[in-house]
Design a protein around this ligand. Structure first.
Ligand code: 1GP
Length: 228
């Protein structure tokens, strides 16, 4: 798995209902990948169920486990979030440590990507779950960007604004600050217009809740993919 190959990803929540017809439209939309991940009521059963349904299609299927208990074999790739603002070690290396300690001998490391996340939406569930420091001030946000991009030289930075659309000026500011990290953005992308606006400043967009709110509109976000 190489996230740099993806411009557009749908993120599906295993705890939410999606019909076979809707799932077919998502998987055959031309999106680059489907991520399976959520923060509430995620179980091994609902992950396995959704994975096996997505597996009927050729699209890449990635898991973003929110806990080592629900990490499931059989995906094309795995994204392990590293919440850089979290005060809890569990959201830094904790889950990954537990997973590797228990299952390291079975892991194909080429399928795993550890991705640093900056949670820019203070109202997002994950912001509270991971006990994050706020980045409402630009100087805080840009300091984290510099740590990841210039100090850690991270291949990726994930701007997580789940549930709402970030102020586009902040994305512009991030783009101007970053020297080499590939920027992934998720939060409030529900239609083609927003997708295109966001895509000017980031490398990969993630579309989540929009799938469950207005699937027709969400499907049109795939149009941001260039050269397809
Ligand atoms: C991606 O979880 C987000 O990081 C998706 O956010 O649900 O607001 O699209 P939305």
């Amino acid at each position: 798995m190489n996230l740099k190959d993806y411009q557009h990803i749908f993120k599906l929540d295993p705890a939410k209902e999606i019909s076979d017809d809707e799932l077919m439209q998502i998987c055959e939309s031309g999106t680059d990948a489907v991520i399976i991940g959520g923060s509430d009521d995620v179980t091994e059963d609902n992950v396995l169920n959704l994975m096996s349904r997505v597996r009927r299609y050729a699209v890449d299927c990635i898991q973003e486990p929110n806990d080592v208990e629900v990490a499931t074999l059989g995906f094309d790739g795995y994204i392990f979030p590293y919440m850089i603002q979290s005060k809890e070690v569990q959201f830094h290396t904790g889950y990954l440590f537990e997973g590797i300690r228990s299952y390291g001998h079975m892991i194909d490391y080429s399928s795993i990507q550890w991705v640093p996340y900056i949670v820019t939406n203070d109202k997002a569930k994950v912001f509270h779950a991971a006990k994050c420091h706020t980045v409402v001030q630009d100087v805080d946000l840009l300091s984290y960007i510099d740590i990841l991009d210039k100090v850690m030289k991270s291949p990726y930075i994930y701007i997580e604004h789940s549930g709402d659309l970030i102020d586009i000026e902040r994305l512009k500011m991030i783009k101007e600050q970053v020297t080499h990290s590939h920027i992934i953005y998720g939060g409030g992308i529900t239609n083609e217009r927003i997708a295109k606006e966001v895509m000017q400043y980031v490398d990969t967009i993630i579309v989540g809740n929009g799938v469950y709110e207005d699937i027709k509109s969400a499907l049109k976000t795939v149009k941001v993919i260039k050269s397809k």
